[in-house]
Write a protein that binds this ligand. Structure first.
Ligand SMILES: C[S@@+](CC[C@H](N)C(=O)[O-])C[C@H]1O[C@@H](n2cnc3c(N)ncnc32)[C@H](O)[C@@H]1O
Length: 312
């Protein structure tokens, strides 16, 4: 069994959730349950956690780990984007806080059979939920050149998307691309990393495909939209993201919800009818300490943002 995922910035998460004596905290990305366990250990017995993950194997691992707290925790298999219906199905109408620790977990990355890793060869899969329809290999077959180029460019922030797609098509003309090794080698042949960089040249392509396979950005946007209606007054929304696309979505969402009215400034009277729903608590994102990065290098790109529900 791979080692448990190391939860990032867990003290900051607990501090900023600002949990009181009772209520339901939602962990929208349970993973191995490290954050949930830390929250349950450090809060009052009337605090419950409702936790979601789209990966059934993560839920099973976490269920075992969280068994000492079984009376205080409910686990659900599903997508962040369905947070509203998942909460409703479990009788939850109000929540006292939400954590989203986005991206993939260490067991997902370190299990070659899941197909997320550039380091280990495995099937080119990348589905967080293996019961989902389309794997990364199937996506490469199915998409047009333009669609694939746009995914690699936009979701991977990759300058050489055209070159990469050309190389993918050349390989596919000879044989299907079915493994992570095959894809990472072919990208490395046409894209070079800056000298002394430890980042593999295929990192951005892998990121782009993973985001597309799991529809990560749309899931995040709907989760943010839907959760606001569930938050109690002063409940906190804590989001940890690991790349700039996610962080931008969170930052823009917080800013818009703090502003409320979205009418153009020239209009003398508000016609959109929107009012402020969030107050930003962290003007700039928090990042892990040097000590944490030294102990857990995977935490290096974490950015944590916090907002608080307000009713005006
Ligand atoms: C970084 S890990 C979370 C680790 C966790 N905080 C811990 O302490 O172990 C992210 C987890 O979120 C899940 N996940 C990512 N996006 C999701 C989504 N849209 N819906 C549900 N689960 C998602 C992944 O399957 C993964 O298990």
């Amino acid at each position: 069994m791979p080692a448990y995922h190391e939860p990032v910035m867990k003290s900051e998460v607990l501090h900023y959730l600002n949990i009181h004596m009772e209520g339901v905290i939602v962990d929208g990305t349970l993973g191995d349950g490290g954050h949930t366990e830390f929250i349950l250990k450090n809060t009052a017995p009337d605090i419950r956690v409702f936790a979601i993950d789209r990966d059934l194997s993560a839920i099973e691992r976490a269920r075992e780990r969280l068994s000492p707290f079984r009376d205080r925790v409910t686990l659900a298999h599903g997508n962040l984007g369905d947070i509203k219906s998942l909460a409703a199905q479990n009788g939850i109408t109000h929540i006292a806080g939400l954590l989203m620790d986005l991206g993939v977990s260490s067991p997902q990355l370190d299990t070659p059979g899941r197909g997320f890793s550039i380091q280990h060869d495995g099937p080119l899969d990348m589905r967080m939920d293996p019961s989902q329809k389309t794997s990364a290999a199937e996506l490469l077959e199915k998409l047009s050149d333009i669609e694939l180029m746009s995914i690699i460019k936009n979701f991977g922030e990759e300058r050489y998307s055209k070159r990469i797609v050309r190389a993918i098509r050349k390989e596919q003309a000879e044989r299907p691309i079915t493994t992570t090794g095959q894809l990472s080698r072919l990208v490395a042949r046409v894209v070079s990393s800056p000298r002394h960089s430890r980042i593999h040249p295929a990192t951005r392509t892998f990121q782009a495909l993973r985001i597309a396979v799991n529809d990560e950005l749309e899931q995040l946007k709907s989760a943010l939209q839907d959760v606001v209606g569930l938050l109690n007054s002063t409940a906190r929304l804590v989001v940890i993201s690991f790349h700039s696309l996610e962080d931008r979505i969170v930052k823009t969402f917080f800013r818009d919800e703090q502003k409320g009215c979205s009418c153009p400034p020239k209009i003398p009277q508000c016609i959109c009818g929107r009012s402020q729903t969030l107050k930003i608590i962290t003007r700039k994102p928090l990042v892990p300490s040097e000590d944490e990065v030294a102990q857990n290098p995977r935490s290096i790109s974490a950015k944590l943002r916090v907002a608080e529900r307000v009713y005006v």
